[in-house]
Write a protein that binds this ligand. Structure first.
Ligand code: MSS
Length: 369
């Protein structure tokens, strides 16, 4: 039964009250537990592992971690200590699983249809400040990109389970070379050494791209001519119809669409003055506008954005003070990004349950008295 289990021992340092534990590898932040500041405390940030994480020993001597840089004029393996001498930058991004909101698609299926995967609602997401070296600075130092490269391909540092084909389990993802200007090789999260659980000692961050593209414990970063043929890229995280098989010809799950959801109130209570709060982000673009509805989308009111603006890849909180009469209310939020994309009412189910961004799914039903 989801939510009935406790945190796995490796995550015992996290806030036990903040999570719905789907499995040892899929731990969702409860709605409303991301806090009201912009940044999600690391103790309340969700966890998603596609394979078992590496042992703790890899963070015992962080500076000794080695990453191979390939697809450049002078390929080299660099230690984290060496990376720290190349450059430093920080970026705030929404880290969100590609399947965040999958439950709303699973709930909308016809009899006989299925969408496999964790039934995340809104809690496979957080907003985090990453610090590290821009990949561009590393590539420039190594003589620039090799000819003909079209992708940035990152490989996770897990020990692969024996008896399985490595390509079937390795966490290796390719993103378009256009991301070279924004990718960060990060060793800090929210100003602290990056915990193993979130990819320490070193993680490849692709701002604006969905969770799976942000490779934890990254051991190789290669500029490549083709996308990796690893299963996680070729036959998974693809946009395809329900019941269809994933294939490399389908769009990859890369850039995140505009999205928002209510974080409070989540329960009914006394009628009267109420502050409706939530988070909104634009994926690749800044959030331009958030509207709130208390009548299930029949009417909308602009909601003020609150708190510091940490840039286009971060989320913003919104807070609208209003008067809720006694009765039933359906609270929803609808965001618009700076490029004019508006959240749709719903997102049609797709085979992997990816990239849900409708406003209808996460609407909150409450009754005030
Ligand atoms: N990386 C690696 N190396 N491994 C794994 O498993 N996963 C993915 C990313 N990265 C992985 C990686 C996913 S899938 C996600 S979401 C993310 O990560 C999460 O993060 P955290 O830190 O929260 O755990 Mo879905 O799209």
């Amino acid at each position: 039964k989801p939510g009935a289990k406790g945190l796995p021992a490796s995550l015992a340092w996290k806030d036990p009250n903040a999570f719905i534990v789907h499995s040892n590898q899929t731990v969702e932040t409860k709605r409303g537990h991301t806090g009201s500041g912009v940044i999600t405390p690391v103790g309340r940030l969700f966890i998603r592992n596609n394979v078992n994480p590496p042992p703790d020993s890899i963070v015992a001597d962080r500076d000794a971690w080695r990453v191979e840089i390939a697809g450049v004029a002078s390929p080299r393996t660099l230690t984290l200590a060496e990376l720290k001498r190349i450059g430093l930058a920080s970026v705030a991004t929404v880290l969100q699983c590609s399947g965040n909101g999958r439950k709303y698609m699973q709930d909308a299926l016809q009899p006989g249809q299925t969408i496999p995967g964790t039934p995340w609602t809104v809690g496979a997401a957080g907003c985090v400040i990453w610090s590290g070296v821009p990949l561009k600075a590393v590539v420039d130092m190594l003589g620039g990109p090799a000819g003909g490269v079209k992708f940035v391909t990152g490989t996770g540092g897990e020990d692969l389970p024996a008896g399985l084909k490595p390509k079937d389990v390795i966490v290796e993802r390719s993103v378009p070379i256009s991301t070279l200007d924004t990718v960060l090789l990060a060793w800090e999260m929210n100003g602290e050494p990056l915990p193993l659980a979130h990819g320490g000692p070193l993680r490849m961050i692709v701002p604006g791209y969905s969770g799976v593209n942000n490779i934890k414990y990254v051991k190789t970063v290669a500029l490549t001519e083709a996308e990796t043929d690893a299963k996680i890229q070729a036959a998974s995280y693809r946009m395809h119809g329900v019941g269809e098989k994933a294939a490399p010809t389908q769009p990859a799950i890369w850039e995140q669409p505009v999205r928002s959801w209510i974080t409070g109130p989540l329960d009914g209570g006394a009628a009267g003055r109420t502050v409706v709060t939530g988070v909104a982000f634009g994926g690749m673009h800044a959030v331009a506008r958030v509207e709130v509805s208390t009548d299930g989308g029949r009417s909308w009111t602009d909601a003020p954005l609150v708190g510091p603006d940490l840039g286009r890849y971060a989320w913003r909180h919104f807070a609208l003070a209003l008067d809720l009469p006694a009765g039933r209310h359906v609270l929803a939020s609808r965001a618009t990004d700076a490029a004019g994309h508006v959240q749709p009412e719903d997102t049609a189910p797709n085979g992997g349950g990816y990239s849900y961004n409708g406003w209808r799914g996460p609407a909150v039903r409450i009754e005030t008295t």
